[in-house]
Design a protein around this ligand. Structure first.
Ligand SMILES: [Mg+2]
Ligand SMILES: [Zn+2]
Length: 204
């Protein structure tokens, strides 16, 4: 039997983990949104890699370099640790069709709602997408998650937004990451992956 990949929890960055300051790459301006400390602490207990997936069209727009995103990654990793969590990966899409950098002004397969970032992470980290979750604050996040075969949660303050994303419907909605994490924790107790994982561990 092939090795069973681990399920991940994919997290959007801007507007989900941190306040959305457009095109910000200054680590000092990266802070956690309300509910994220509690949410990350809860997610850390689920034994799933926490992977941030983010559209960073500022690269294609010539506003900053991909190297500058290393500082963002370090700051995120630091914030995760402060919550008792580990940042397992930070994947970004540097493209945008309207960009000014010829190398990056393309229609790519990784800008959400495309699922490319999740697929790449799954391959590199050995993840089981069918048991993974995507949490984000836009329908592009939800759609990327569903296209990758994951469960999706939309972080939304209101309940009146239309919920049809690419012919799909978000699996759940939650007001913040803490509520989303609680939702995933409950679902995980019923996930067949967990039972197979536990059974395999007891036989090893
Ligand atoms: Mg967002
Ligand atoms: Zn891309």
């Amino acid at each position: 039997m092939p090795a069973q990949g681990r399920p991940a929890i994919f997290l959007d960055k801007d507007g989900t983990l941190i306040p959305d300051i457009p095109y910000n790459i200054d680590p000092r301006r990266i802070t956690l949104k309300p509910g994220v400390i509690q949410g990350l602490a809860l997610l850390a207990r689920l034994e799933s890699p926490l992977v941030v997936v983010s559209n960073q069209s500022g690269v294609a727009r010539g506003l900053f370099s991909e190297a500058a995103l290393q500082g963002v990654q370090l700051r995120l990793a630091e914030l995760f640790v402060s919550c008792g969590a580990t940042l397992a990966g930070f994947y970004w899409c540097p493209h945008h069709p309207d960009g000014v950098m010829p190398s990056h002004a393309i229609h790519c397969r990784c800008r959400k709602p495309a699922p490319g970032l999740l697929l790449q992470a799954a391959q590199e980290l050995g993840l089981s997408l069918a048991h993974s979750w995507m949490v984000g604050d836009t329908l592009a996040d939800v759609t990327a998650g569903l296209r990758a075969g994951c469960h999706s949660i939309l972080i939304t303050a209101t309940v009146s937004r239309p919920l049809v994303a690419d012919g799909h419907v978000p699996y759940h909605r939650a007001p913040d990451l803490q509520a989303a994490a609680a939702c995933i924790a409950v679902a995980r107790t019923q996930d067949p992956w967990r039972h197979r994982h536990a059974a395999a561990a007891s036989h090893s």
